[in-house]
Design a protein around this ligand. Structure first.
Ligand SMILES: Cc1ncc(COP(=O)(O)O)c(C=O)c1O
Length: 303
């Protein structure tokens, strides 16, 4: 099997932050994927699945993402030798844009990437992956992420995952609820704005078809603010030496809350990416409250 389908994703135990030694808390560090986020797994699954019915050599792979998925799709398209186009918001972090370009994808700027991708997809030269409805998004986590957890842990009482498209939580939830019948599957969304996550303003849960179709696999959803997520990122770095991204900080915050309620057991949180990707946005000012870069002009991307 190819190296990128075999990468080992570590489970890091939070030994210092655990409130009770009889409760083990683990963060699954998905930043160890080839491009640094959990989305590599879905890019592989979506493109491998699509290849079975479409000759992708004659097409351009299209995806709308201002987050990690764009980088992962550009990456896997490069490996496969396919052309790709990523539609992003103009305020996407400059380092993400540089990575997408470095991997050879074309970038299209739009204030509404999903809408623009939908319009472009009417042209037959494009195939739109559309992670928001693509069943392979769920399958990637059902077949891989969930199995990786079961391979390492004999028992899981609570599983915490952030919700963006819902692919991670539903894929893992479907698998783990069969394996551990009493498990609680807990989702995290943003109270205000955390990149990649559903929030109360713009990307609401009701607009996530994967989540809406599979709600029964999620027992509870919590909202976490940007400030709390950032506080947790700081704490994880300083106490545990873990460099995780903002959505992972939000997940860890909720994982700790559940750990406090348990007498004994195991809590697992999915840490979708690392903080490296957000350094220019998060630690840019004393308050660190800029969640996006200023809009860039495509000419600023030199290659
Ligand atoms: C940083 C980050 N964390 C978590 C998620 C949530 O993953 P999912 O889309 O599988 O719900 C995303 C999704 O885009 C993300 O970018």
């Amino acid at each position: 099997m190819e190296w990128y389908k075999r990468v080992k994703i570590p489970l890091a135990e939070l030994k210092k932050l655990t409130p009770n030694k009889k409760v083990k808390i683990y963060l699954k560090l998905e930043k160890f994927n080839p491009t640094g986020s959990i989305k590599d797994k879905i890019a592989i699954e979506m493109i491998d699945e699509m290849e079975k019915s479409i000759d992708l050599n004659k097409k351009i792979i299209l995806e709308a993402s201002s987050g990690n998925t764009g980088i992962s799709v550009a990456w896997y398209s490069a490996i496969k030798g396919y052309k790709s186009v990523i539609v992003v918001k103009p305020n996407t972090s400059i380092n993400k844009l540089r990575l997408i370009k470095l991997l050879g994808a074309k970038i299209i700027f739009s204030s509404n990437p999903r809408e623009t991708a939908e319009k472009l997809s009417k042209n037959k030269k494009y195939v739109w992956l559309n992670q928001y409805v693509n069943e392979s998004n769920v399958q990637a986590h059902f077949k891989r992420t969930a199995k990786e957890i079961v391979k390492e842990l004999k028992r899981v009482d609570v599983l915490v995952s952030a919700i963006g498209t819902g692919g991670t939580i539903i894929g893992i939830g479907k698998f783990l609820k069969k394996k551990f019948t009493k498990i609680r599957i807990v989702g995290v969304i943003a109270k205000d704005e955390i990149e990649g996550l559903a929030n109360l303003k713009e990307y609401k849960l009701e607009s996530m078809p994967i989540y809406v179709k599979n709600k029964e696999f999620v027992d509870k959803i919590h909202k976490v603010s940007f400030t709390t997520a950032k506080k947790m990122v700081n704490l994880l770095a300083k106490k545990e030496g873990l460099l995780v991204g903002l959505s992972s900080g939000a997940v860890a915050w909720i994982a700790l809350k559940y750990a406090k309620k348990l007498k004994k057991g195991t809590v697992v949180g999915i840490a979708a990416d690392g903080i490296e990707r957000y350094l220019n946005q998060i630690f840019c000012a004393p308050g660190g409250i800029r969640t996006h870069d200023p809009p860039v002009n495509s000419r600023a991307l030199y290659h």
